[in-house]
Design a protein around this ligand. Sequence first.
Ligand code: HSE
Length: 441
Amino acid sequence: MKPINVGLAGIGTVGSGTWEVLSRNQDEIRRRAGRGIEITTVADLDTERARGLVGDRAKVVASAFELLDDPSIDVVVELIGGYGVAKDLVLKAIAAGKHVVTANKALLAVHGSEIFAAAQQRGVIVAFEAAVAGGIPIIKALREGLTANRVEWIAGIINGTTNFILSEMRDKGLPFDQVLAEAQRLGYAEADPTFDIEGVDAAHKATILASIAFGIPVQFDKAYVEGITRLQSEDIRYAEKLGYRIKLLGITRRRQEGGRTLGIELRVHPTLIPASRLIANVEGAMNAVWVKGDAVGHTMYYGKGAGSEPTASAVIADLVDVARAVTVDPDHRVPYLAFQSDALADVPVLPIDEVETAYYLRVRVADEPGVLADITRLLADARISIDAVLQREPAEGENATDLILLTHRSIEGRVQSAIQRIEALPTVLSSVSLIRLEDLN
Ligand code: HSE
């Protein structure tokens, strides 16, 4: 069978890994795909660098749009990133009848509905394993391996930069800025690291996971996004004392009430997790995705969420899928979002006020009689049940102290209004720091 011809748009970190792994493992890959997979053209603005990498084994062009005019190219691999040129390229590739493989989580989370609809209409494949958790085959696992299940929830460490920062802050007591600079030096961080530290990158990935898990359209605008920039090192220490670790989790959960799905929670925020959980021990830049399905129970997927060859591993898996599926009638291929496109559910993504979880609350209070009683009364009035209380011993001569409360699960709106009342107490000397807590059962 004739090889699949690939046009590679962008030969940076992931593109060069894709070139390298495809060359190194070409025999093995051919035996699996049933035909060769050949990068015949590379498009990159830095043509000199691209030529240095591929020599005369592929044509090099400066504009990715040149790939679209070449009828011999079957698949365009988009590794440009962002929403601008990448969106234009992907839509034009689809219109030209070319299959697309992309690692672009931002593009799919924001414009996925438009892209999948265009691909469906044109009968082409859009594959995106590399967009979520790099080398971990989580898209494949959810779309195919777990297809028998009603997914209950997914909780993932899906941003390596923030996991690296939190691990280093906890282990070495290093300040945030110093660790971020190290993450950038090591190449984990996005070009704009605010996407990492403000939780946006993780929210792009969680948005895609939510769609595949629950069969809903991609809706990044409905995700609740909170990064790690407001996290204080004392919270990391107090969490540890209480037997928890803090991780930036992407969480998506089906909320059931009286046997019906009330909505889908879709949120990214720092989260306390019991230190004994496997996911609490995922350290450094590693990623992990924990999925709870009704039939399978708990499953967890761990690996490198970024980097040249780990991400190339996912890009090439998609190319092999394209090589195999290209001859299959489009209506019988694995659907883009795991569910048939005419069977997506119209359940709402819940606003953060309606989310249900447990909470860690830290507040600075005057060290006087009755302060704890006043706070717990306000929580009781809002029907919020307390699970644990920790009071830091005030230092010598200090008449203020930190009070830490862990609550049982409660609706966020109730917790937020109780916090407003707590902050109005004259004995409360700071705003309340809130970190959500999940025990992931
Ligand atoms: N900046 C991302 C991370 C890279 O830190 O995980 C992979 O998407």
